[in-house]
Design a protein around this ligand. Structure first.
Ligand SMILES: Nc1ncnc2c1ncn2[C@@H]1O[C@H](COP(=O)(O)OP(=O)(O)OP(=O)(O)O)[C@@H](O)[C@H]1O
Ligand SMILES: [Mg+2]
Length: 385
């Protein structure tokens, strides 16, 4: 178990800044995901840590050791890639044992046997040791690749999109398995993915990247509930978030969100919206930010249903608001709601996110009336989308 630290680490490829002054602390034993869209700098970060590329600036620490300039094989780090090449002519046993066989002085055969069996048992491969890779499912092959990394007993595991070649069901299963594996072996894991659900389900903390810049580094809960900016808010969650621009105004003795086509009261126990009265804001709405209500008129949005989507226990309702915003909320699975129906939607202010339209940064800290109770989210960068 070892900690990892990036201190102002930058990497350029010609004129392109692949990684821009990254500061990141990973505690020993953490499972940290690097999450972001294609080209955001995730693999670059991992490659710099593994020593496959060298940083242009900054320091990288593994435990109390500065590893800039240290060759990959001396860093005590194991990496599993998306394309986990197993040796086709070797059995599962030999594939896992491979790193030990390459070791000098030689590792005694009995010791190799003991270690391989232990790792195979941890990964549920005990029965498959005599098979060849072509006789395994994708998920089993993936676990063999993991086993080959684990056998070295590295201080840190780096996994770069290791599940992306697997089908959806198997990915879910592997997520679960990886998480319990981590609980058992307690190693430090740095996991690269562009799949937010994967990152949310496994990580102790998530580092969200965009265009080479760290946007936010926090727990999955915080990333989802207190996104630092519009980029993070839109990138996490199962569906895209809807943004609506408007102004916070005092109307009829009440704080309201005025979007031109509709006004909505802003009232929540833990928030004081009067603090941002007069400001232009960008409101971010997820499914849970709205609910269908009986009340109409000035306290709800009269929207027209454009689509419904059964989703297990819920019915997801898509509706278009006056002014054109596409909204979405949940209804009960059996609800009689059809395309073309009018529904009244009210805000659930606790689940609405507010941003500065100019910078895209969250303004939650300005609204929250108990700042020390829940707002630990650190804003790392404005996103200027
Ligand atoms: N060896 C290289 N030479 C030139 N440009 C590179 C090189 N490696 C990466 N880049 C560029 O650096 C940026 C960051 O790349 P990186 O591989 O870190 O992205 P990523 O977040 O891992 O994306 P993906 O999800 O597609 O794997 C990209 O714009 C990429 O094109
Ligand atoms: Mg990558």
């Amino acid at each position: 178990m070892t900690s990892v630290r990036f201190r102002s680490v930058s990497k350029r490829f010609g004129a392109l800044v692949a990684l821009d002054s990254l500061d990141l602390d990973i505690e020993a034993g953490e499972f940290v995901s690097l999450l972001g869209p294609s080209g955001s700098g995730k693999s670059t970060t991992l490659n710099l840590l593994a020593g496959l590329q060298e940083a242009d600036e900054g320091e990288i620490w593994v435990g109390d050791r500065l590893v800039n300039g240290v060759s990959p094989d001396k860093r005590d780090i194991a990496m599993v890639f998306q394309s986990y090449a197993l040796y086709p002519h070797m059995t599962v046993f030999e594939n896992i044992a491979f790193p030990l066989r390459a070791r000098r002085p030689r590792v005694p055969e009995a010791e190799i046997e003991k270690l391989v069996v232990r790792v195979a048992d941890l990964l549920g491969l005990g029965e498959l040791l005599a098979r060849y890779p072509k006789e395994l499912s994708g998920g089993q092959q993936q676990r063999v690749a993991l086993g080959r990394a684990m056998i070295r007993d590295p201080k840190v595991f780096l996994l770069d999109e290791p599940l992306s070649n697997l089908d959806a069901r198997l990915r879910m299963r592997m997520r679960h398995d990886l998480k319990s594996l981590h609980q058992r072996i307690q190693s430090t894991i740095v996991y690269v993915t562009h799949d937010q659900a994967e990152a949310m389900s496994m990580s102790s903390r998530i580092a969200v990247f965009n265009k080479g810049k760290l946007q936010q580094y926090a727990s999955p809960h915080e990333i989802y509930h207190q996104p630092a900016n519009t980029f993070v808010a839109n990138f996490v969650g199962d569906r895209e978030i809807t943004f609506v621009d408007g102004r916070v105004e005092m109307l009829a003795g009440e704080v309201q969100f005025a979007a031109g086509e509709f006004n909505l009261p802003l009232l929540a126990e833990t928030m004081d919206f009067s603090r941002i009265a007069g400001r232009h804001v960008r409101m971010g709405l997820r499914m849970e930010s709205l609910r269908i209500t009986e009340q109409s008129g000035s306290r709800a949005i009269a929207a027209t249903v454009t689509q419904t989507e059964p989703s297990g226990p819920d019915l997801v309702v898509f509706a278009s608001a006056p002014g054109g915003a596409e909204l979405c909320c949940r209804a009960e699975a059996g609800a009689r709601i059809a395309i073309g129906d009018r529904v009244n939607l009210e805000l659930v202010p606790e689940h609405v996110h507010f941003f500065d339209p100019a910078t895209g940064n969250s303004i939650a800290a300005d609204i929250h009336s108990h700042p020390d109770r829940s707002l630990g989210g650190r804003t790392m960068a404005s996103n200027n989308q």
